[in-house]
Each structure stands twice: as C-alpha cells, then as structure tokens.
Design a protein around this ligand. Structure first.
Ligand code: ADP
Length: 663
C-alpha cells in the first residue's frame, strides 16, 4: 500500500472521528450548566409545590379551627360570646357579627368600641356592610378554563388521527359548564390548572386574552431565576397598564410591595391570579364560611367569616402574627447544604429566616410558586444555599470532560501516529532490504566478474609480460579483498550481535592504521588517490581492541572515502591521542554528507542515494557495522563535514591503561 493512501485512511478513520468526538464532547460540556440547572430546578420545584400545597392546606385548617372555636347559639348574647372567642383563640384579632342583611351588629358602632375596633370598622365597615366590593384573586387558569380545555381538546384531536371522541366529550362538557358559569367540578378545575402549568404556549395565549379583555394582571413579587425567560414581556405589559377602563367596575389593584426593594430590581413576572372585585354578599353566596384576604393600603388583612344558622354572619379579622406563625409552621426544614426553602409574604419578606442568610435577595429565588387565592402574593420559594454551586459544579464536571477528551484525543492521535510511523518504518525497511538484496548480488557479481576476467587473461596462451601478470594478480587480490570485506560485512550483520567474540589485546592504533593504509595505498594510488597518514611520526597510541575488528572498521571507512570521492581524490588518515581516548580520523574530499543524513548514514541499509543508477555500489551496512564494532569497544564513530569540502569520519576509542596508575 502506498504511504499516501495509508495517511488518508489514517486521517479518515482516526483523526476526523477523534476531532468530531472531541467537538461533540466539548459542546456537551458547555451545556452542562444548563442541564444541571434544569435538574436542580425540577427537584426544587417539586419541593416548592409541595410546600405551597401545605401552606394552602394550613389556611383550610386555620378556617376549621376558627369555626370549631366559634359557637354562637341562636338568640345568644353575641357580644360576650365573641369576646370570649377572641380571648380563647390566638388567631382572633377583632371579632365581628353581621345581620343577615349585612348590618354591623358587632363591634358596636358607638362609643363602646375600643381603638382597635374603631380602626377595624374604619377599614372594613363599608365592605362588611356590603357597600363596597373588595379585590379577590381568581386563578387565571380557572377563569379561562373553558378556553384552556377547548384548546387542549383541539391539540389532542390534532395529535390522534382518530379524533379520540371519548376523550373530547367530557372536556367539551366541562367547557360548556364553565361557559355557563355553573359550579365546575373540582377535577375539571384541576385539569385546567394543570394544562396551564404545563404548557408555556397556553400560558402565553391566556395572558394575552386576559389582557385583551382588560383583566387586571398583577406582577409577582419574585422573579425565579430558573424560569427567568417565562412571560416577562407579558408581565411588563401587565404592570404597565394597571386598572384600565371603568374604575367602578374594576377591582382596585393590589398595591405593589414596597418593602426592601433589591438594588437591582428583579424583572417582573405575571401572577397566575387575576384580580376581580366582589361584594361580601357575592362572596358569602358561594359557601358557608371562608377567608377573605383584603389589602388595606399596603397592609394585607385576613377576614374569617361563617354564616350562622339564623343567617347572621360571624367572623373576625385574623391576628397577623398568629396567622403567620401557623402558616410558617408548615416549613419543617428551611435549610440544607443545597437549598434554602421558605415562604414569602405579600411584601416578599420570608416568614421563616434560616440562619446564615443575611444579605440574600429574597426576590430572586431559584424557583418559586404562588401559593393561591387565599394568600395573595405569597410564594413558596427555594434558593440555592450557594448560588454559585451549580456553575462551580458544572465548571468542574466540564473540566473533567475536557481533560478526558484531551487525553482521549492525545492517545488516539498519538497512538495512531505511532502505529502509522512504525508501519511507515517497516515499509521503508522492507524497501531497503529489497534494495539491499539487489545491491549485494550486484556487489558480489562485480568483483567475481573482474576476477574471472583476469583469470581468463592469465590463462591465455602466448607470453604475457611479467609486469602485466603482476598487475592482473594485484587487481585480482584487491577484488578478492573487496569480496571478502563485503561477505564479512554481510555475515557480521546477519550474525547475532551478542554472539560476536572479540579477542581483545592492547594494540597500537597507529600501527594498525598504518598497516591498513599501506595495504590500500597501491590500489588507491593506482586509482588516482593521494593517501597520507598523519602525523608522519608519533608515539604509539595503545588501545584495547580486537585488531581484526579495528581493521574492518578502517577498511570500511577507507572504502567509503574511495567510493564517495569524485574529482578530488585525497585521503588523509590521522591518529591522535587525547588523555582518555585515541582518535582515528579518515578525511576525504568527496561528495560530503548533508547535515540531515549525518546520523542516518549509520542506520542499517541506509544509503543517501540508494538507486543503482547512483553509480556507487553499496549495501548500507558498512557504517552500521563500523559503529557497532566501535561501540562494542566502548567507543564510537561520528562524521562531520571537512573544512574545504569532503567528510571526516572520526573513530574514538578509549585509550588503553585509562585510569591505571602511571608507571
Ligand atoms: P554503503 O557505502 O555500502 O552504501 P555505508 O553504511 O558504508 O554503506 O554508508 C552509508 C551511506 O553513507 C552511503 O551510501 C553514502 O551515501 C554515505 N557515505 C558513507 N561514507 C561517505 C563518505 N565518505 N562521503 C560521502 N558519503 C558517504
């Protein structure tokens, strides 16, 4: 397989999928925070809904308790009974009694009334005597339940091809009932509330319709952060147009809370409860008893009422403190390491303040829910104990994802690259071996051809001058030497490295080098080389070496100096001593070796130009074996460019007697 196509396959099968994987993982890491926030919002919403339900139920129990404690027999002295009721029941602040036609029987409207009773009558007299209406809340989902249920059944019709008639009929009936203003079954009412809560599109449409019809929508006291995007524009619209149209027909807007405005005012959200106004007689016609929340200016008061058997209405203004305590009693665990759970009153102030919450913006809960009609503007709200915990958690988990992706990417890309480069290496080696085989056969054939040629010439009949004979014999000897060197190199290379046995002795490197130079001189000079050994005379340079192996190294280097020289045929061999080492240098004026190839030439089979057409025969093993031998002698061979052109090969061998005490 070509190396190019291997690269393409590698990119397509490894790099591209890894990059895609990394991009996908990093994108999902980016969404981590939103996802965690959603999970947390869902968990806390369930808790908040539960708490809101408990608070609503507690209001019911407060009404029951007040009813149980109040017993006004027909024709009794209600003044005494009501006073006793007040002193026996902490929830009763100011009791009252109305005639069946809404005449105020108690508190006494004259000088007998104390200050509190006077204040009470001033605030509630007109309402209790059925002359002015009060603002009551109505769940928008109940008010528009026919529209919600009709919309729901249309959506369901669209969903199922069959039209599911069984499912649509009851809803149709419910819608009709609601339209007619008939008392609607609680199940139907709940269905509308649920549909409204679950569908943002229904919410949008219902709020729009309420606005078109001129209903008064108030803003919530809080802006839950986890639902910050919901219905903001509607809320802004609702807040911008309070009390449109005929004042008399419209309820007075519930006063906006003023207490403890936060530094950065929260964006307002629309309340789920629309404001309508009703006379006491209208409210009382809907049941036997109940609780009427009334805004007196900015103050919220709760009025309890109960119709007696004789048609009179007895009731009271509920004591604010006792009432708050009762409702706050539903909060069992306000604080946990994860969240703070509380109830907020009509001013957005918490009923129960958990410890460690100073400076908290109570109007920015994480999730919150309005409690209901009986507690206008009140909310059950949850806050994150550490507001930055989700972001921090998301940051650390996306950091982990990042690190894992990076490790994955690096290992895939790194591992892939390593595999690819080793495959490349193997392929190159296979190619080099193939070239090696061709080169070896060629190298073996050439000297053999020359030798057989000279043998033929010597055998020829007829006299041959002595000088010719000697020339032929010396050429035959040189070719045989070349053949031997080649065979030695190949054998050396193929032999197990550890199996090579050196017979080490202290030899004079200068002497061994001199012998080799002299043995090659005739041949080299006959080929036009000038050969010299430097310095001309010098003291011995003893090394511990196998002299045959050392000769093989020098022969290989001299042979290369000869092979890779062009016009300038000059070889200088020098032997120098250093305190610790002996350096044998073979310099030539040949073609030189480029920087990038200076280490590679020592690799097995490596040839700078390994084409047969280069004109220089070789196997790529000479320097490999030479370095191997040098290193086996605890030395090395390096190559460097020679000043003035050519190459210098330096054989460095440790000097014999190193470390020994001088004699
Ligand atoms: P061979 O000479 O059989 O090819 P070697 O291992 O002896 O193998 O040399 C490896 C390569 O190093 C040669 O093919 C050649 O390209 C380069 N080389 C070796 N010696 C010299 C030199 N003196 N001058 C220039 N190039 C050389």
């Amino acid at each position: 397989m070509k190396s190019r196509s291997l690269g393409v396959i590698f990119i397509a099968a490894v790099i591209v999928p890894s990059i895609l994987l990394a991009v996908l993982s990093i994108r999902s890491a980016g969404r981590e925070e939103a996802w965690m926030e959603k999970q947390m919002a869902a968990t806390l919403d369930a808790e908040v809904s539960h708490t809101a339900g408990l608070a609503g139920a507690e209001v019911g129990r407060v009404i029951d308790d007040l009813r149980t404690a109040l017993d006004v027999p027909v024709g009794s002295d209600y003044g005494r009974i009501l006073t006793r009721w007040k002193s026996a029941t902490a929830l009763v602040a100011v009791p009252f009694m109305l005639s069946p036609r809404y005449g105020i029987l108690w508190p006494p409207p004259d000088a007998r009334a104390d200050d509190e009773q006077k204040r009470f009558l001033k605030e509630n007299g007109s309402f209790l005597s059925d002359r002015i209406a009060t603002t009551v809340l109505q769940n928008i989902a109940v008010r528009y339940q026919n529209e919600i249920l009709a919309e729901n059944s249309v959506a369901k019709d669209k969903e199922s091809e069959s039209g599911a008639p069984a499912a649509t009929v009851p809803e149709g009936r419910a819608a009709a009932e609601a339209q007619a203003g008939a008392a609607v079954a609680p199940a139907t009412r709940q269905k509308a509330i649920d549909s409204f809560a679950q569908s943002p599109s229904i919410q949008t449409r219902v709020y729009e319709e309420a606005r078109e019809k001129g209903d008064q929508l108030n803003a919530r006291i809080v802006e839950p952060m986890a639902m910050a995007s919901q219905g903001q524009s509607l809320a802004a619209d609702a807040a911008a147009a309070p009390g449109l149209g005929d004042e008399a027909a419209k309820p007075a807007p519930v006063p906006a809370p003023t207490a403890k405005k936060s530094a950065a005012p929260a964006k307002e959200q629309p309340s789920q409860f629309v404001l309508t106004s009703q006379l006491l007689s209208q409210i009382a016609s809907q049941g036997d008893s109940g609780l009427i929340p009334r805004f007196i200016g900015e103050k919220l008061v709760f009025l309890f009422w109960e119709r007696q058997k004789d048609g009179r209405i007895a009731g009271c203004e509920i004591a604010a403190g006792a009432f708050r305590d009762r409702i706050a009693g539903v909060l069992t665990s306000t604080w946990s390491p994860v969240r703070i759970l509380t109830l907020l009153d009509e001013n957005g102030a918490p009923l129960a303040t958990p410890p460690d919450t100073a400076g908290r913006d109570w109007r920015r809960p994480f999730v919150a829910r309005e409690i209901g009609e009986s507690l206008p503007r009140w909310e059950a709200a949850a806050y994150l104990t550490r507001p930055d915990s989700i972001a921090a958690q998301a940051r650390s988990s996306s950091l982990v994802i990042w690190i894992m992706v990076m490790i994955l990417f690096v290992s895939v890309a790194g591992g892939g690259t390593m595999v690819l480069s080793s495959v490349y290496g193997e392929m190159k080696l296979v190619r080099q071996k193939a070239t090696f085989v061709t080169n070896v056969s060629h190298e073996l054939k050439t000297p053999l051809t020359s030798i057989s040629l000279f043998v033929d010439l010597l055998r020829r009949k007829g006299p041959l001058p002595q000088s010719k004979k000697e020339q032929y014999l010396s050429l035959m000897a040189s070719e045989t030497e070349r053949l031997t060197r080649l065979i030695n190199n190949v054998l050396d290379f193929s032999r197990d490295r550890a199996a090579r046995r050196y017979s080490m002795s202290t030899v004079d490197a200068r002497e061994v080098t001199g012998q080799i130079v002299e043995s090659q001189r005739v041949r080299l000079e006959s080929r036009g080389f000038s050969v010299s050994l430097e310095p001309a005379s010098a003291p011995a340079a003893p090394v511990r070496a196998d002299s045959e192996a050392l000769k093989q190294v020098l022969l290989n280097l001299l042979s290369n100096a000869e092979k890779y020289s062009a016009e300038r045929k000059e070889i200088v061999v020098s032997v120098t001593r250093e305190p610790e080492a002996v350096l044998i240098t073979v310099n030539d004026r040949g073609i030189g070796i480029q920087e990038k190839d200076r280490e590679k030439v020592f690799r097995e089979f490596y040839r700078v130009d390994d084409s047969l057409s280069s004109g220089v025969q070789g196997t790529g093993l000479g320097l490999t074996i030479a370095r191997r031998i040098a290193r086996d002698h605890e030395g090395d061979i390096t190559c460097a460019p020679r000043d003035g052109g050519g190459t210098s090969f330096v054989v460095r061998l440790p000097a014999a007697g190193r470390g020994e005490a001088p004699a």
